[in-house]
Write a protein that binds this ligand. Sequence first.
Ligand SMILES: Cc1cc2nc3c(=O)[nH]c(=O)nc-3n(C[C@H](O)[C@H](O)[C@H](O)COP(=O)(O)O)c2cc1C
Length: 348
Amino acid sequence: MASYVFSPFTLRGMTLRNRIVMSPMLMYRGQEDGMLNEHLYVHYGARALGGAAMIATEVLAVEPRGRISAKDLGIWNDEQANGLKRLVEFVQSCGAKMCAQLAHAGRKSHITATAIAPSAIAYDDTLGTPTEATATDIQGVIDNCRTAAIRAHKAGFDALEIHAVNGYLLHEFLAPVSNARTDHYGGSAENRMRLPLEVIEAVRSVWPEEKPLLYRICATDFGTDGVTQDEADVLAQELGRHGVDLIDVQTGNILPGYAGPVYPGYQTPYADRIRKVTGLPTATTGSIASIDLAEEIIGSGRSDLIFMGRTLLRDPFWPIRAAREAGVELELPIPTYARATGPFERGF
Ligand SMILES: Cc1cc2nc3c(=O)[nH]c(=O)nc-3n(C[C@H](O)[C@H](O)[C@H](O)COP(=O)(O)O)c2cc1C
């Protein structure tokens, strides 16, 4: 039986060797100047050697006050982008592609003195009250995303993802519970979608035609006065019209605590819905740890890519192991790995 998970997938000019992508995961291990270091170099490199088709970076802050923590990576200057270039080249030498996730923490920045948000409404008691973003701040976010995209291209990234989930800045603009603005960035659903769409427009204008642009969407906030499913459907369709090639689907977290159910593949029904509504490819995540579940998701057309998070944290070599168990021959990042065929053979 052919494998769906270990079949290639093409978006614009980029072809992935299989459907497993390392999901963006912040490690809180960068340097305080936003530069990559050896720990993270080896962390990401190990997953590329392990057979994933694409490695997504953790959140890359587009400006210093957009960091979640002081140990986030940044892409707000050329030096940071040069540091990332070395990693991109290594990942590509393993046959994998590399995706940069551009992000702004908004009111969830732990560097609270400088945090901006749509409105001066705190996320919780620990993070303090952010400053309401002025028109200049908002234009700055758009300009910084555009410049970050230019840097990501120069660093050689194959794909770009805009982070708009988990209660960070773009998600905050979308959700009434965090956006009480009375200007054209608040109020109606159309106004609340304005900033994410302006960011996409700015980024797409400089991101090369042959390279795919991804958007990480919140498909519902489960009735917590955040994003509704209907609003997410409309936004996803608009994103497609603005040049987004794939929607990476998440749920919840505009407020502390996750309000939805959790089970293997818990976000896939939402990715399935957005795929049907938009006709765009989607990616799904959520406790996907078995090859059978991954095959079911891709084979039944509920999603096109599995963004795998904690499963790859536990086991960087999960893709190679899963392929072997499924009897699929993979081209190995280091051909000599093929000599590790079984535990009871004589090695020499
Ligand atoms: C340690 C950790 C850090 C994360 N950091 C990010 C991040 O930087 N950007 C993001 O969009 N999601 C982040 N996430 C969410 C994951 O990308 C993923 O969507 C989520 O863990 C569900 O997938 P999983 O069940 O396969 O882990 C993080 C998750 C974990 C566990």
